[in-house]
Design a protein around this ligand. Structure first.
Ligand code: PA5
Length: 429
């Protein structure tokens, strides 16, 4: 469901010649759990091993909540929020015509944003899912206080309890204690899966169920990706081919940044999810590619200039090309043709989008000398989402271990969190 095309780079031969022994060694670190951070590899076979009873329970709780509400507040930040939002937007689009709207909070400390959401909720029947693995992160913690209080004042304490769900650690953290004390329905984030690898756990799956999304299709895509990335072989494992290509662009050709480009606005949050995955996994010990993202053709009218003619040998592009769009439409013919666009009436929007993509690759890679990796995505739906996240997580583990770092910790993030606690005079800091 994802094919890697290296034609518009100068790395294809190096990828072909890359040491099979090295790939086999790193593959074994991932599959046999022998590398750094090996206690955080629960995601590798998650599509097959997750608890089916837990999923059945999530479906029941989500269906009950869907009956009562028109708005779900998803409280979380980083790995506790990006996956659900990436999935929701990629699968059902930016203006979903569904009974339940999802609103994301706890991902900012902006008082203005929090107040605006609070005002917006005044006439809404809302529920809350509070997601935090540690259960101690400041942003979701303080946002939850506000919205819990608002919900309790609106519907009463007992009804509020029935509309709040916690997704957190099985045993520890302030959210776990709070959920137990208040009697919230609780789903568990497994110990061996870190935030940015957790989208297919209740972290992503529960809000997506409330949004009416087909999570079975997500798991079916995840299983396919698991099978397609099982071989320690660059000729058949496309995720590893992508990992090696970007690794070599970095360490052999000296590129410092990778921008993931989508031609679909509803994949913007998917690229945000990808940024956390690669940025937090690889950006340590003075190593790693800086992950950035663009949406074209939107950003061609802003950043396109820099990519074409700005500083060279810093940035390469990885382009997502979606073969089959969710919808397509023709350009209507106009009797007066004052805008001169009747020549496009034989084409669809998607065809024009693809022609733009081809023209831009030619401009950037050939004239601009900015290498372009192309990832061919079959489509843009729930199955594709499950496939893509599983595929990228496997690629990330491979490229992280090639860099000889621990892809599964985030010591830098912890530094800022602890500093903030200190400055805020949190007891114990
Ligand atoms: O990758 C990480 O661990 C972080 O970015 C977390 O995802 C983020 O800080 C949220 O943490 P928590 O789920 O513990 O609230």
């Amino acid at each position: 469901m994802i094919k890697v095309n290296l034609e518009n780079t100068t790395i294809a031969n190096d990828v072909k010649a890359f040491s099979p022994e090295k790939i086999a060694a790193v593959h074994s670190m991932i599959e046999d759990k022998t590398g750094l951070g090996n206690d955080f590899l629960g995601w590798v076979d998650w599509a097959n091993t997750f608890d089916k009873n837990e999923l059945a329970k999530m479906k029941t709780v989500a269906a009950n909540l869907r009956q009562k509400i028109d708005t779900l507040l998803v409280v979380g930040i980083g790995g506790s929020y990006l996956g659900a939002r990436a999935a929701e937007e990629m699968i059902r689009g930016l203006y979903a015509n569904d009974k339940v709207e999802l609103i994301y909070v706890g991902n900012t400390i902006s008082s203005t944003y929090v107040q605006q959401v609070s005002d917006y909720l005044k006439d809404k029947e809302f529920g809350i899912v509070n997601v935090s693995k540690s259960g101690t992160t400041t942003e979701p913690g303080i946002a939850f206080r506000i919205f819990k209080k608002q919900l309790e004042e609106k519907v009463g304490k007992a009804e509020a309890v029935s509309r709040i769900v916690a997704v957190t650690d099985a045993k520890k953290g302030a959210l776990k204690t709070l959920a137990d004390n208040e009697g919230y329905e609780t789903f568990v984030i497994p110990d061996d899966i870190g935030g940015r690898f957790s989208v297919l756990t209740p972290v992503g799956i529960f809000p997506l169920l409330v949004a009416g999304i087909d999570v079975d299709a997500i798991f079916s895509g995840a299983k396919k990706a698991r099978n397609d990335t099982k071989a320690a072989d660059l000729s058949s494992n496309e995720a590893y081919r992508y990992a090696v290509a970007r690794y070599l662009m970095n360490v052999k050709q000296g590129y410092k940044a990778e921008t993931l480009v989508s031609y679909e606005l509803q994949m913007q949050m998917f690229t945000e999810w990808w940024k956390q995955l690669f940025g937090e996994s690889e950006g340590k010990d003075g190593k790693g590619l800086f992950p950035t993202s663009c949406v074209f053709s939107t950003d061609l009218h802003s950043l396109g200039q820099f990519i074409q003619e700005g500083t060279k040998n810093v940035l390469f592009e990885t382009i997502i090309r979606v073969k089959t769009p969710q919808n397509d439409l023709k350009i209507p013919s106009d009797a007066d043709n004052l805008d001169g666009l009747n020549y496009l009436t034989t084409k669809t929007f998607h065809e024009i989008n693809n022609i733009a993509l081809a023209g831009v690759i030619d401009a950037h890679a050939n004239s601009g000398k900015v290498p372009n990796i192309v990832l061919e995505f079959d489509k843009m739906d729930a199955e594709m989402f499950g496939y893509a996240v599983t595929w990228f997580m496997k690629a990330c583990a491979m490229s992280g271990y090639l860099l000889e770092i621990n892809p599964f910790n985030q010591p830098g993030v912890e530094i800022y969190k602890a500093n903030m606690f200190k400055l805020l005079k949190k007891p114990g800091y």
